[in-house]
Design a binder for this molecule. Structure first.
Ligand code: CP
Ligand code: NVA
Length: 302
């Protein structure tokens, strides 16, 4: 068991107790401001990637370096996993070399399999179902903008995907007032929505994007076509008609705009909105680095 957290692994945002989530946010903020300069003990993070990444890869690698540790990028063709070695064997062997594993995979069950066989902490760097590292950075960004979470209203508009499903749980944990607008057939998993209700206030489900955006302080979206869903592109573009963050939807809104990035400009968000002063996406992307450093020191600094 890790000395500082109640969980051995970080596979979903609610693996953390609420107090632990707030502690990671506090440490991330302290590290970002320079008030805290923690050092790891030269630990190594193995980073397993089945899908591409800019932010997750670079923020974890840079974060480890800045903390006095080291990260190794393991792409699909770099190790025997991509050539038939089972996940369980990979997890057991990696545990003999590295101090933690971060994995970005398609199937969430594969992440659970790695965690079941690893003797070191496993961090979810995104699966088809969840992206909890993104949620920590999102919450850090919202807290920076509003000084806290009380009475901050957030609208999730778009796909009920991995980023949304982690955010909805994290939002409940910190007490955000969240409204979700997703089109028919692309809602968040019912189990996830029920979990969010158990973790905190739980989201309100809006019938339309307009209803969600109305009165929101923050509007958050993500791509409609996630990595691995390229074959569904045509159907999804039709289904998400009306859910684009554009000047018309935001006409009477002064909300700040979040997007986990990468953005597909012209699909879920327009160029004009992404380039406007309301878009806080660059701070949000930067906060991946600080958030993950907060997480890493809690997971590794025993
Ligand atoms: N937001 C995010 O996880 O971005 P990458 O896919 O670039 O890592
Ligand atoms: N929902 C997106 C997030 C990318 C960070 C995807 O899974 O491709």
């Amino acid at each position: 068991m890790n000395a500082m957290l109640s969980t051995d692994h970080f596979l979903e945002i609610d693996d953390l107790e609420k107090t632990e989530l707030f502690r990671i946010l506090d440490r991330a903020a302290a590290i970002k401001s320079g008030r805290e300069q923690p050092r790891l003990k030269e630990q190594t993070l193995g980073m397993l990637f089945e899908k591409p990444s800019t932010r997750t890869r670079i923020s974890f690698e840079t974060g480890m370096t800045q903390l006095g540790g080291h990260a190794i990028f393991l792409g699909p063709d770099d190790i025997q996993l991509g050539h038939g070695e089972p996940l369980a064997d990979t997890a057991r062997v990696l545990s003999r070399y590295v101090d933690a594993v971060m994995a970005r995979l398609f199937h969430h069950d594969d992440l659970l399999e790695i965690a079941a066989h690893a003797d070191v902490p496993v961090i979810n760097g995104l699966t088809d179902d969840a992206h909890p590292c993104q949620t920590i950075a999102d919450l850090l960004t919202i807290r920076e903008m509003y000084g806290g979470f009380d009475e901050v209203t957030v609208a999730w508009v778009g796909d009920g995907n991995n980023v949304g499903q982690s955010f909805v749980r994290g939002a409940a944990m910190v007490g955000l007032d969240l409204t979700v607008a997703t089109p028919p057939d692309y809602e968040m998993d019912e189990v996830v929505l029920k979990q969010a209700e158990r973790l905190g206030p739980g989201p309100t489900i809006a019938e339309t994007p307009d209803a969600a955006v109305n009165d929101a302080d923050v509007v958050y979206t993500d791509v409609w076509v996630s990595m691995g869903q390229e074959d569904e592109r045509t159907n999804k573009l039709d289904a998400f008609d009306g859910y684009q963050l554009n000047e018309s939807l935001l006409e009477s809104s002064s909300a700040d705009v979040l997007h986990c990035l990468p953005a597909h400009r012209g699909e879920e968000i327009t160029d004009a909105v992404l380039e406007s002063d309301k878009a806080r996406v660059w701070d949000q992307a930067e906060n991946r680095l600080h958030a993950q450093k907060g997480l890493l020191v809690e997971l590794l600094d025993e």
